[in-house]
Design a protein around this ligand. Sequence first.
Ligand code: COA
Length: 322
Amino acid sequence: MYSTIAGTGRYLPERVLSNHDLEKIVDTTDEWIRERTGIERRHIAAPGETTADLAEKAARRAMEAAGVTPAEIDFLVVGTTTPDVVFPNVGCLVQERLGIAGCAAFSVEAACSGFIYALSVADRFVATGKSRCALVIGAETLSRITDWNDRTTCVLFGDGAGAVVLKPAAEPGIISTHLAADGGYKDLLYHPYGPSRQRDPERDVEGPFIQMKGNEVFKVAVKTLQGIVDVALKANGMDQSAVNWLIPHQANLRIIQATAKRLGLSMERVICTLQDHGNTSAASVPMALDVAVRDGRIRRGDTLLLEAFGGGLTWGACLLRY
Ligand code: COA
């Protein structure tokens, strides 16, 4: 038995912040941001709008696309690094809103790889018959942990949520998932504080925001992503030419181009949403998937390669037949 994607959905907050808007906030230019990253605009959650709000809306759209009712969901997992509160986890918050008490509901904390990690877990439950209908969400409000005075990071990130419904199938579906991490890179991309390591204003100079060594992250990302897409193809004895669409984590256009080149894929075969969404961490891959499913580029039977990397560092890939 395998798991298969029965439906996809996404939700983006209403407010759009363009590169030109950012020119008024920090010392940057639209040209610099577009040339170095490929990003043109991003969505920002309204005051009071939380990760669970975005997640619920994306989830309802995915369930509608899959033709399932909330009552059918028996497993709920959310990839997020910006939960509403420490606990209850975002999965429980979404579960309560959907009125589906009883099923497992939790979140996975793997930064930008959160959706691939969550998908991998849900796939195991569905493919082994432990779940008949799983809801997998990637949702973030990164704007809440972004330093809006730091031009080296604030131009990159945005808010949003994407979701898929997984159901059992006799044929794949999800062919394989591959997860990896290297905590040795923890200092390249991180948030310095949390419930257990609180900020000491006497000692800690870093603010409570995303910290990043952009150049170094860039190099490691290119290397690890090229490695993991090779691993995914090799594990299934598949050639690069079998991939119809690459759905990469939307962090930087140049990183995406490097992975596409490795796969010998023209950029027409790569789903790019970062110009409109920025880097939405765990939400980026499921939102890109939903965009291309709904605009008709991705069709049933296509072979897709999903990949992501993020703080940790964590990275992962998923090969699937849509
Ligand atoms: N606007 C204008 N100038 C900026 C700027 C901005 N928003 N941010 C940085 N600069 C300046 C720097 O200060 C530097 O100036 P200097 O040469 O006078 O010192 C110059 O631009 C080049 O900076 P650099 O950091 O070398 O640029 P880069 O080409 O590496 O691009 C990133 C920076 C962050 C876009 C790029 O490194 C990147 O995308 N890295 C990966 C980050 C990532 O993906 N993170 C998320 C992982 S999930």
